[in-house]
Design a protein around this ligand. Structure first.
Ligand code: TGC
Ligand code: FAD
Length: 388
């Protein structure tokens, strides 16, 4: 197979270092050789490809932009390139890596005690322990400030009660970072699998992210040691600070999915003959391809600039919202247009466009819906919060 060459119309590769290109090249090869041959079947069977985990961990992709504790310490830019490659394979695979590294590991890294970091981060980086991140509840999605999961201190333990929903990795996780209300404050805990009163239910029947595990978490008077509380996980602000990491990564990941759809549609347009010509020779098809390429290129520039700002410590949460909102909407539109260019073939899983299109519907909703990010940016520029 020829190595994949993503669209790079404005030579953004010239802005990358040799090391960044090397990291991306390694993940690109992994996706070509190990992910693409199996992913359509996984999606069809609603199965997360857990067999890839040792290789993903071996490549240093878990918590890759974190420092120390066995993590690779990549720049945010290099990490973004990694996530774009993974999501070129499937959004479910990128979700796994985002939740493990950018949500669960990041939460422990930035909010946990030294003991918690030393205990959990090295095995999580090695892929020996899987994490999930439980913020969303059945009645509180966009508005986590109202979350109802309760934590009570009883002697040297905490007792948790409540339910989380739509939790990526939930049923396969060895530990859950869980946000709960203690008295009137939102606080975060590390809850181990097997804790008395903790159980999970797999959420089946998704037509999106079928190669990703999504679960409910149940806490019925779940008892955990007092030391499971993360000392710096205080207030909604702490929970939201973790989302910045994942949202920034998604802005890169979406480019990978969009690039896969664009490349497939471009190739198809050159080989599919109608009215005696390749469909790519028709003006209307060319206009669609040009719009796709233009939007991908703009998204690449947004993601690149955001990563540079993040590496310089200058990326504000609202900037991250702009990149997540724009790039995911762009990718979904590109996937839909690519699906259209493939005609009837676009609705089969022999081609990747339909799978990406379905996945991106979830990506548009999770980590803050498109409209919540509109309101975050709207608040920033006008000074008027329009959430409630
Ligand atoms: P609000 O009053 O605006 O904020 C409370 C405090 O938090 C601060 N803050 C942030 N800090 C860091 N990073 C951010 N992104 C922050 N956003 C807000 C804020 O400054 C304030 O600080 P302080 O010092 O004044 O206390 O809170 P609000 O209740 O009005 O909510 C605002 C809103 C709607 C933007 C927020 O609730 C929100 O972002 N909602 C969306 C929820 C969401 O994104 N959930 C994601 C769950 S995880 C997930 O989906 C994983 S998907 C799997 C995968 O990634 O693959
Ligand atoms: P709601 O908040 O009910 O929103 C429904 C609609 O109303 C949306 O269009 C929204 O934009 C709109 N809306 C809501 N409020 C307003 C407003 N003020 N103004 C205008 N419009 C508004 N969560 C986790 O904690 N951890 C995970 O690992 C995780 N993984 C996920 C995996 C998948 C596959 C999915 C689909 C979701 C996952 N989520 C996870 C949950 C995700 O973060 C939520 O779905 C998301 O935050 C939206 O919440 P909701 O689904 O309850 O929608």
């Amino acid at each position: 197979m020829d190595p994949y060459a993503p669209p790079d119309y404005l030579l953004i590769d010239d802005l990358l270092t040799d090391e960044e290109k090397l990291v991306r090249g390694t993940v690109r090869e992994f996706v070509d050789q190990r992910v693409l041959p199996i992913i359509a079947k996984c999606f069809r069977e609603e199965r997360f490809p857990a067999e890839l985990l040792p290789e993903i961990a071996g490549l240093g992709l878990l918590g890759a932009n974190l420092e120390g504790y066995g993590c690779a310490g990549l720049s945010n830019l290099a990490y973004g390139l990694v996530l774009a490659e993974l999501e070129r394979g499937d959004s479910g695979l990128r979700s796994f890596v985002s939740v493990q590294g950018s949500l669960a590991m990041y939460a422990i890294h930035s909010l946990g005690s030294e003991e918690q970091k030393e205990r959990w981060l090295p095995p999580m980086a090695r892929g020996e322990k899987i994490g999930c991140f439980g913020l969303t509840e059945p009645d509180f999605g966009s508005n986590p400030s109202g979350l109802q999961t309760r934590a009570r201190r009883v002697a040297d333990e905490y007792v948790l009660s409540g339910n989380k929903m739509w939790i990526t990795n939930g049923s396969i996780a060895d530990l859950a970072v869980v946000w709960a209300r203690q008295d009137d404050e939102i606080v975060g805990f590390i809850v181990e699998k097997g804790s008395p009163g903790f159980s999970t239910t797999l959420q089946k029947g998704k037509w999106s992210l079928r190669a990703s595990v999504t679960s409910e978490l149940h806490f019925e008077d779940c008892r955990i040691k007092a030391s499971a509380k993360m000392p710096k996980a205080l207030g909604l602000k702490a929970a939201l600070s973790c989302l910045n990491q994942a949202r920034a990564g998604i802005s890169w990941g979406a480019i990978g999915a969009a690039s896969a759809c664009y490349s497939e549609a471009l190739q198809y347009s050159k080989s599919r003959i109608q009215f005696g010509k390749p469909i790519g020779a028709f003006q209307l098809v060319q206009a669609k391809l040009v719009d796709m390429l233009t939007e991908i290129t703009k998204a690449q520039l947004v993601a690149h600039r955001l990563s540079v700002l993040k590496d310089q410590g200058k990326a504000r949460p609202e900037m991250i919202s702009l990149a997540k909102r724009n790039n995911v909407a762009m990718a979904l539109e590109v996937a839909r247009t690519a699906r259209d260019i493939l005609g009837a073939n676009g609705v089969t899983d022999e081609y990747c466009v339909g799978r990406h299109m379905a996945n991106l519907e979830s990506v548009k909703t999770y980590e803050g819906t498109h409209d919540i990010h509109t309101l975050i940016i709207g608040n920033d520029i006008t000074g008027h919060a329009a959430f409630a």
